[in-house]
Design a protein around this ligand. Structure first.
Ligand code: N01
Length: 528
């Protein structure tokens, strides 16, 4: 079978890509590993899973009626609600008929003679298309560390990003949670409410700000909906794709009282905009430390046991250099008598046994192990597709020392292969839906332009790619991001090259750059 385009993934990016390409009158086939749409929100069904971007902002803007008709129930939508939204989008635009579910792409090879991508799936299907578009997400390759004895464990072993659809009843069970990133921080309080005992194995404490989640009133929703054209424009032009009042002054240029007032106000409001309090938090270590110390002070206030509070205070990375977490009752959970914190830096996990987790100092008997241990981020899902480009060069080989892209949209030597929210684009540093819409629109416009002119292949110019990759790296060095052992840096995967993968220049500036490149006849791309 031959199509104009193949899209890999039916999360928000794959669904919108399909919608746009169909609108161009093209034939499209989407392959999706899950049995339903939703991507991240299909897989991450762990208790407490919720978006850390406000629901009125974390939604599509491309269709006026869609944005006006959908009603969100809470300030931060839960996973089931976002999944319902994804399903609604699939129904509303009749997307499912072009999606093959339960099917993973296992190989994609570029056929230079015919300018075609030849794609194979785990179902044995072989199809071809002129354009191949990856919509695989940045956090979809779940990772479980290689603990000795893990397979001998007699109870259930669960990863937050591969949660059983039927849910898990923790009543009466002793639960180990390994990992204290966003997934751990969201799930631990909810699991603790159910379980007999929770033992949290923490390697690195994380900064977290309260969500202050609440139901949304119809009045508030109507107001936002009435203002959507302006609000969406602000989001597109912003640094992060989020609303929430970016600060205008540096922390170091105001008094201690003014700083505290601003931090307190943002803490009381809740959410990621805490980091926007001042203009220098992401770039100046002294300003950053002031914000970090404010959060440590809050942890000190919330957590009753001084030693536990101390263990929960992040000190090894600047605040915001790892994705900040947004929680509901996380730190207070450690005041419960049925929750224990184990610091695996001083007391490392040595092995998993049939009945629990053995650290250097003790054996912790548990019935269930929850791995909240993250993902092989950004490059993991792309390299898992088995892509080979011109001259048989594999993407894996090309990116051995780190991802190299032009605008995060294409990689030289892989003609007609577009990556949505790939490395080298703002993606994970932004409101993903804003970035997804920008990439999908750019790609769809590009594909239309190519078709109108009968251009068989578009590829990144190696020099433009080199310049862009250097620029992505250079801009990151103006910030404190590279100082953390984060998944942004590939630091969570043993052996992965240490490279800051997303583009930190901001979604507004990035959009202008992409638009300019297109307006200049796809400058920096080679057409043939
Ligand atoms: O994964 P993570 P996540 N031994 O990589 C620990 C998005 N997200 O699934 O920091 C012991 O952040 C690891 O320790 P360390 C969001 O962008 C969003 O939580 O490497 N521990 C860390 O504590 C987020 O950033 C939402 O030292 C080990 C944890 O496991 C991203 O997804 C919700 C270990 C992994 O944390 C990933 O979040 C959820 C080992 N061998 C996720 N290996 C919202 O929208 C790893 N760890 C709110």
């Amino acid at each position: 079978m031959r199509f104009d385009a193949i899209v890999v993934g039916a999360g928000f990016s794959g669904m919108y890509m399909l919608h746009r390409l169909r609108g161009l009158g093209l034939s499209v086939r989407v392959f999706e590993a899950g049995d339903g749409v939703g991507g991240t929100w299909y897989w991450n069904r762990y208790p407490g899973a919720r978006c850390d971007v406000e629901s009125m902002e974390y939604s599509f803007s491309f269709d006026r009626e869609l944005e006006q008709e959908w009603e969100w129930s809470e300030r931060y939508a839960s996973q089931p609600e976002i999944l319902r939204y994804a399903e609604h989008v699939a129904d509303r635009f009749d997307l499912r008929r072009d999606i093959t579910f339960g099917t993973r792409v296992t190989g994609a090879a570029y056929d230079e003679a015919d300018h075609l991508w030849r794609v194979e799936t785990d179902g044995g299907e072989r199809v071809a298309a002129r354009r191949l578009i990856t919509a695989v997400g940045c956090l979809s390759a779940a990772r479980v560390p290689d603990f000795p004895g893990a397979s001998t464990f007699g109870g259930a072993s669960l990863h937050t990003g591969r949660w059983p659809h039927e849910g898990v009843d923790f009543s009466g069970l002793r639960v180990a949670v390994i990992g204290t990133g966003s997934s751990g921080i969201q799930s631990i309080p909810v699991i603790a409410d159910q379980a007999e005992h929770v033992t949290v194995f923490q390697r690195t404490p994380n900064f977290s700000v309260p969500a202050h989640n609440r139901p949304l009133t119809p009045e508030y929703q109507n107001q936002v909906k009435a203002d959507y054209p302006d609000l969406r424009r602000q989001m597109r032009e912003s640094m992060t794709g989020l609303l929430g009042a970016a600060g205008t002054v540096p922390a170091l240029e105001v008094t201690q009282e003014e700083r505290t007032r601003e931090f307190e106000a943002r803490w009381a409001r809740g959410g990621i905009p805490f980091l926007g309090a001042f203009t220098d938090i992401a770039i100046d270590p002294r300003a950053n430390e002031l914000a970090a110390e404010f959060v440590r002070g809050k942890i000190r206030e919330i957590v009753s046991d001084a030693r536990t509070a101390e263990l929960l205070m992040p000190r090894d990375h600047p605040i915001g250099s790892k994705r900040i977490c947004v929680d509901t009752g996380y730190f207070a959970t450690y005041n419960r008598p049925d929750v224990t914190l184990v610091d695996v830096r001083s007391d490392p996990i040595e092995e998993i046994t049939p009945t629990g987790v053995r650290t250097a100092a003790a054996h912790h008997e548990v019935d269930v192990i929850v791995y909240a241990t993250g993902f092989d981020a950004m490059t993991g899902p792309l390299l898992g597709l088995g892509i080979t480009g011109r001259g048989g060069l594999s993407l894996k080989r090309k990116w051995e020392a780190g991802p190299r892209t032009y605008l995060g949209l294409m990689s030289a030597g892989f003609p007609n292969l577009f990556t949505i929210t790939g490395p080298g684009s703002p993606s994970v540093l932004s409101n993903m839906i804003v970035s997804i819409e920008q990439h999908v629109d750019w790609i769809a416009d590009c594909v239309a332009w190519l078709h109108e002119r009968g251009v068989a292949a578009i590829d990144a110019d190696p020099q433009a790619e080199k310049n862009w990759t250097a620029h992505v790296d250079e801009v990151s060095r103006f910030t404190l991001y590279p100082q953390a052992n984060s998944w942004y840096m590939g630091a969570n995967i043993p052996g992965k090259p240490r490279v800051f993968m997303p583009y930190v220049g901001g979604v507004g500036a990035y959009r202008l750059k992409c638009d300019q490149v297109a307006a200049d006849g796809y400058e920096g791309f080679l057409l043939s």
